[in-house]
Design a protein around this ligand. Structure first.
Ligand code: ASP
Length: 327
């Protein structure tokens, strides 16, 4: 009802009136994972960088975690389409379209696409108590301990879950690793450091500080080639180099508004996003964590949507090959 009223109002206000009026209150970025994880961090950096371009608006980050990100995404799909409630989500927008057969939203129909934010490689990491020191050791350890190890992830359809699926299928393990779902990889990281879980595959933005502090072990990166120019990550091979032919996974994050948000508002939000992506401080903070800030056509709404449509098709075959569904 609220949404219908807002849509009717949107139709009566002129473009100029909308852009002048927006934002008229706090802008909330919904992160569909727990605080302290990689998506949360991207959203917090972005909130700071978009504040100025949005006329010093107040931008807050709210965590609406659960079901691999689909709970937070559903909330934004159903929010009043006035630009004040936005979603920061990652590759899960494309992965969940195949993993869940009865989602409450449609990825390509229920959102206004505002632009891709960044690309972030993932790293296979492990608890400090694991006997393995190289990737080869880790694979041998996993094969020798079939059924005894566990892998943490952020829920079905999350990036860490997708990576775990792809990794296990590329290793051709006879017996799968037990998986443990968290509300985000922020809390999962605490358990990895504490040794309650054995392995995880997560974005560099979450694992880099822990690798540098020596709190966890790192084994391999998920990009096709090793990250040879990165000061920390160049020390680790790519999974592909380790014999997992064709393994190539990079997580991207994007910004979304509910479908029906007036064009003048989405334009203002895309301008603010693009300004943030050019902000040297934002770029520096992201790059320090191994993320690459988006600069290509995907930073436009049309480019973003076309890219996600392609990712949905690409991931569908990966997920179908793994024979996994969340429901
Ligand atoms: N990195 C997580 C994932 O695996 C989500 C998060 O906590 O940001 O999807």
């Amino acid at each position: 009802m609220k949404k219908m009223f807002a849509l009717a109002l949107a139709a009566t206000l002129s473009t100029a009136a909308w852009s002048q009026a927006f934002p008229s209150k706090t802008v909330t970025l919904i992160v569909p994972f727990a605080a302290g994880g990689p998506t949360d961090l991207v959203a917090r950096h972005l909130a700071e960088a978009m504040r100025g371009p949005l006329g010093n608006a107040t931008i807050v980050v709210e965590n609406a975690a659960g079901a691999g990100g689909t709970i937070g995404a559903t909330r934004v799909a159903r929010a009043t389409p006035d630009g004040h409630t936005l979603l920061v989500w990652h590759i899960g927008m494309a992965a969940t379209a195949s993993l869940y057969r009865n989602l409450q939203f449609k990825a390509l129909e229920d959102f206004e696409y505002l632009g891709i934010i960044n690309d972030v490689p993932m790293v296979v990491v492990g608890a400090p108590r694991l006997p393995a020191t190289t990737y080869r050791d880790l694979e041998n350890h996993i094969r020798a301990n079939a059924g005894r190890l566990n892998l943490a992830h952020a829920g079905l359809g999350s990036a860490s879950h997708l990576c775990g699926l792809m990794w296990q299928s590329a290793m051709r393990l006879n017996q799968s690793i037990t998986t443990i779902a968290y509300r985000g990889t922020g809390p999962a990281m605490n358990d990895l450091i504490g040794g309650q879980v054995d392995v995880m595959c997560d974005q560099t933005t979450n694992v880099m500080p822990q690798i540098e502090a020596g709190r966890i072990k790192a084994f391999a990166v998920t990009t096709a080639s090793p990250l040879s120019t990165h000061p920390v990550l160049r020390h680790y091979p790519s999974l592909q180099e380790m014999g997992l032919t064709g393994f190539n996974l990079t997580v991207w994050h994007g910004l979304y508004a509910p479908k029906g948000t007036p064009t003048a508002v989405t334009k203002r939000l895309n301008d603010a996003l693009q300004a943030a992506l050019r902000n040297p401080e934002f770029i520096k903070r992201q790059e320090a964590l191994g993320a690459v800030v988006a600069r290509d056509r995907r930073i436009t709404p049309a480019g973003h949507k076309a890219f996600v449509a392609g990712e949905i098709t690409k991931l569908r075959s990966v997920i179908e090959a793994a024979g996994q569904f969340a429901d």
